[in-house]
Design a protein around this ligand. Structure first.
Ligand SMILES: Cc1cc2nc3c(=O)[nH]c(=O)nc-3n(C[C@H](O)[C@H](O)[C@H](O)COP(=O)(O)O)c2cc1C
Length: 200
């Protein structure tokens, strides 16, 4: 499983959690990380062919960002608008991303209980991330369960190390796609039944 993490933070050096995530992901040595702010520069212009080639070389595509006004920082939108182009990601012949997995890693300032009906953010993260889910559907990618770290507005530094551990476990979990998990469980059941039959 080759994983590509595209990090969209306007000021990674002054970030608390996304910097830690980015560094931990880079240090695995097995995951390709890309700082979109550094890559796109002030004009947020991307080398579309290079970005698309990178996507094609990976099986799991990850967007990592802090939640800004219920969305991602603008550099991610600029990257999407340029790179997920007609004839590549959608439209006639635009099936180049089909079959890959797509995952979101996101941090929020607001606490978990605010992201519910009746909470001050009213909607769940699953609801607020729908445009990304639909992007995955349109491009033929499998949308995986997002990793959400809430409460950065009040989080203690001590809790951040645990966030890094859980995030790494999530990103490297080969069974995030429930179809993959179910087929492994079915194989194990089949194997157990064969063993019971051979003993009987
Ligand atoms: C411009 C801006 C918009 C933000 N919008 C939201 C928001 O809509 N919901 C929320 O929970 N937090 C919001 N926040 C808080 C950030 O999500 C939080 O600071 C970030 O996840 C922390 O990550 P970092 O330490 O990597 O910067 C916003 C922060 C900024 C600067």
């Amino acid at each position: 499983m080759k994983t590509l993490v595209l990090t969209a933070h306007p000021d990674l050096d002054n970030s608390r959690i996304n910097r830690l995530w980015f560094d931990a992901l880079s240090e695995t040595g097995e995951i390709t990380t890309r700082d979109l702010t550094a890559t796109g520069g002030e004009t947020m212009r991307f080398d579309v062919e290079a970005e698309q080639a990178l996507l094609l070389a990976h099986d799991r595509i990850v967007f990592q960002f802090p939640f800004y006004w219920y969305s991602a920082p603008p550099v991610l939108k600029a990257w999407m608008d340029q790179v997920l182009s007609f004839g590549f990601a959608y439209g006639p012949g635009g099936d180049r991303l089909a079959g890959r997995e797509f995952l979101i890693l996101v941090s929020t300032g607001g606490p978990a209980d605010s992201y519910h009906a009746g909470g001050y953010n009213s909607f769940s993260m699953d609801e607020l991330l729908k445009p990304y889910q639909q992007m995955a559907i349109l491009t033929g990618m499998t949308y995986l369960r997002p990793f959400v770290q809430h409460g950065l507005a009040v989080a203690e530094d001590a809790g951040l190390a645990e966030s890094v551990r859980s995030m790494l476990a999530h990103v490297t979990d080969p069974e995030l796609d429930p179809k993959v998990k179910h087929s492994r469980i079915l194989r194990e059941i089949e194997e157990q039944e064969k063993q019971v039959a051979s003993v009987a």
